[in-house]
Design a protein around this ligand. Structure first.
Ligand code: GCO
Ligand code: MG
Length: 405
């Protein structure tokens, strides 16, 4: 079965998405998500100029060989742009293989290990009272795991909260230049334990809670946070520190039993390797899109399982429903699945462009047994929402020093 053409679509139904469609001489096609938030067109150019010309005429069934060809064959291995492009090709090829086999992708991976995928919801607020009200709603909706983020009093923009924006905090599709946020580690560490203290006082310990630091702390500060939050028994603290120096996680580990999650920015298994084999983390958060596809995600899950590390794939709004469905199949299969990040089924514009069959019940997602990934992309509807250049914010300390957003 030969690849005859690969189309790339860029659209902005509320935010930018890069979608690919691989066509074959047997009429079967596959879909992949190549979205890299804030750098979308770099991936488009990587695909159109450097990947697609090499794939025309290749056998669409040879997923592993194509993956190796694109990764090793480029000589310049890894990197966010290239791995998002390769990830999209890989996911689309799994979609094709599932369609040809007449099986959902999870069957090709080894079958279901569970009946449904437990997700964690995002709960945010401008004050602790706001967060607690929203948490109550999430618990009443049946969520069993929830991520809590709260505006830090006096901070100029806090990651994971709404601020003065009406939309979901990361759904803005039009930020023609990066907005600037502020950060103070002192204010943050003074405030955040109170959020979890009050959440536990009000709702007890049955609801599982997590929190995203978004890489703002140094290792020893993260160790302090871990200790401060220990009484509230989080499911995990995410991205406490950037991942570039794995030894930083050793420092955190030496001081606290708060579980740690990391990996949404990993673009290769090699990024995860030292963190997993040294047992520095408990959950690995790589996404099929940014991590190079389903092929490496399967290897990552198997490797992580040797060290009791569980999968908690990234599920932010900048991953399209194609990536979401790829995760559903991985999550249903992976014996060491932990929890899936979930921000809801999307806006009406998004659902006009992408359609997929998934249902949420009591904090678990069920998918239908459709062959392939089970997601569709409406090319005509996508044309209504042209690309808009848009950036993630940047963060500065009070004195102007640039910090991790
Ligand atoms: C998360 C992430 C995202 C990222 C986003 C960047 O845990 O969901 O941190 O919210 O900020 O994917 O593009
Ligand atoms: Mg995160």
């Amino acid at each position: 079965m030969k690849i005859t053409d690969i189309k790339v679509f860029v659209c902005c139904p509320g935010r930018n998405f890069v979608t690919i469609k691989i066509m074959t001489d047997e009429g079967v096609y596959g879909l992949g998500d190549a979205t890299l938030n804030g750098r979308e067109l770099a991936v488009v150019s990587y695909l159109e100029e450097h990947v697609i010309p090499c794939l025309i005429g290749k056998d669409a069934h040879q997923i592993e060989d194509i993956w190796q060809y694109l990764v090793k064959g480029a000589y310049w291995q890894n990197g966010a742009v290239s791995m998002a492009a390769i990830g999209a090709i890989d996911v689309a090829l799994w979609d094709i293989k599932g369609k040809v086999a007449g099986l959902p992708v999870y069957q090709l991976l080894g079958g279901k290990s569970r009946k449904a995928v437990t997700v964690y919801a995002h709960v945010n607020g401008e004050t602790i009272d706001d967060v607690l009200n929203n948490l109550e709603k999430a618990i009443n909706e049946g969520y069993k795991v929830v991520r809590l983020q709260c505006t830090i009093p006096g901070a100029k923009g806090t990651y994971g909260t709404l601020g003065d924006k009406k939309n979901y905090y990361e759904l803005q599709g039009n930020r023609p230049l990066p907005p600037e946020h502020g950060w103070s580690t002192t204010k943050y560490l003074n405030f955040i334990p109170e959020l979890f203290k009050r959440a536990r006082e009000k709702f007890g310990y049955d609801i599982e809670l997590c929190h995203d630091v978004h890489s703002r702390l140094t290792p020893i500060e993260a160790a302090q946070l871990g200790k401060l939050l220990e009484p509230y028994r989080l499911k995990f603290i995410e991205d406490a520190v950037t991942y570039d120096n794995p030894e930083g996680y050793k420092i955190i580990r030496e001081h606290t039993t708060s579980p740690l999650a990391l990996g949404e920015k990993f673009n290769t298994i090699w990024d995860a390797k030292p963190l997993i084999e040294n047992q520095y983390i408990d959950f690995v958060r790589t996404a099929a899109t940014h991590g190079g596809g389903i092929t490496p995600m399967k290897k990552l899950a198997d490797f992580a399982s040797l060290y009791h590390v569980r999968m908690a794939p990234h599920g932010a709004p900048d991953l399209s429903p194609i990536c979401f469905m790829a995760h559903m199949h991985l999550d249903l299969w992976a014996p060491n699945f932990g929890v899936q990040e979930f921000i809801g089924f999307g806006t009406p514009e998004l659902n006009e462009v992408f359609s997929f069959k998934a249902k949420l019940k009591d904090g678990d997602i069920y998918i239908e047994d459709i062959s392939g990934l089970g997601v569709e992309f409406n090319e005509e509807a996508a044309k209504k929402y042209p690309y808009k250049r848009s950036y993630l914010p940047v963060t500065r300390l009070d004195d102007g020093t640039l910090w991790n957003w």
